[in-house]
Design a protein. Structure first.
Length: 324
């Protein structure tokens, strides 16, 4: 499970992005065909998060994850495996994804009102936004009109997920190659402010960083000691808060942790290795005049237009786990 949670947090943003027909997206896309669609999604998401606030983080990451694989947000991660095909969700790196039942619940509510009209990909984009907003995060406009893909293959997940060892140069280069800026990189890293991680995603930093039984020197030594008390070298089940004490609130606390060298993942520590990202981290960590929430909203709008299916591409699934 060493790749699992780390990949689902920030490296989900680093896969193979193809900028496709984002021009087909628009605000109010369902105004005539299903006027209550967005209100239904918001209502159902609020009900889910009120009972299980920790689902907000995996729901956000589920929206981001498909960009690694088939190049866009087409709901492919929601598809179930079949007798002759193992789907993305069942690939080893994705086994800790959760919240599929929540998406099914929202989809069912929308289908009751407007059958066969609203795509699972659009529902996922709206749920991610609404879940973040409900944890005191920003609310951003979500242009709609995505179509659902028909292909989901676990081999693509295994082949395209990058290793959890990218340094800042690799991170910047990967983002730039997809039309995303260094600022997008450091802003979207702020999604670590909510959610938890399995110990197995970072124990190599604690126990065997260079293969010599050592710890990552970029981690605060006191934090290493704390994490070792929670996680043994072979622990694959224990969950650790990524933003301790504030993991259910979407705020700037993540950046304070990074400045203290307490970012849980390698990609967190890497943000201190570049002048631009380091300056942003330190600025947000002051909590005075922070622009993080506004910046995150802008970056999410930008991300939401990458690699979508629109027009006559794909389909509108009636059940998110199955092609029609």
């Amino acid at each position: 499970m060493a790749f699992t949670k780390h990949i689902l947090v920030i490296l989900v943003l680093l896969g193979i992005f193809n900028i496709c027909n984002a021009q087909g997206l628009k605000l109010g896309f369902y105004k005539k065909t299903c006027p209550p669609a967005e209100a239904i999604v918001k209502r159902e998401t609020a009900r889910i998060i009120s009972v299980a606030p920790t689902l907000a983080a995996p729901l956000l990451r589920m929206h981001l994850l498909p960009r690694i694989l088939r190049g866009g947000c087409d709901g492919s991660v929601l598809l179930n495996s079949t007798g002759n095909n193992q789907a993305e969700k069942d690939a080893f790196p994705n086994l800790s994804l959760r919240g599929f039942g929540s998406i099914d619940r929202v989809k069912s509510a929308v289908e009751k009102k407007c059958p066969g009209v609203v795509s699972c990909a659009d529902i996922l984009a709206l749920v991610a936004r609404d879940a973040v907003s409900l944890l005191n995060g920003p609310f951003w406009p979500v242009p709609l009109g995505r179509r659902d893909g028909r292909v989901s293959n676990s081999s693509e997940a295994l082949a395209n997920l990058p290793p959890p060892s990218f340094n800042i140069t690799q991170l910047k280069s990967s983002f730039a190659s997809k039309g995303l800026s260094t600022k997008d990189l450091v802003v979207l890293s702020g999604s670590h402010t909510i959610g938890t991680s399995h110990c197995s995603s970072f124990t190599s930093r604690l126990y065997n960083f260079t293969g010599r039984g050592d710890s990552d020197p970029s981690l605060d030594s006191n934090y290493v000691a704390q994490l070792k008390r929670k996680c043994s070298a072979t622990d694959t089940t224990t969950l650790v808060e990524m933003d301790p004490g504030s993991f259910k609130t979407f705020d700037e606390g993540y950046y304070t942790l990074v400045t203290k060298r307490r970012g849980l993942f390698t990609s967190d520590s890497a943000l201190l290795d570049d002048g631009e990202t380091r300056a942003y981290v330190r600025r947000q960590a002051t909590f005075k005049g922070s622009t993080f929430l506004k910046d995150f909203a802008k970056s999410m709008v930008k991300m939401g237009k990458i690699g979508v299916l629109t027009g006559n591409q794909g389909e509108i699934r009636r059940r998110c786990a199955f092609v029609n």
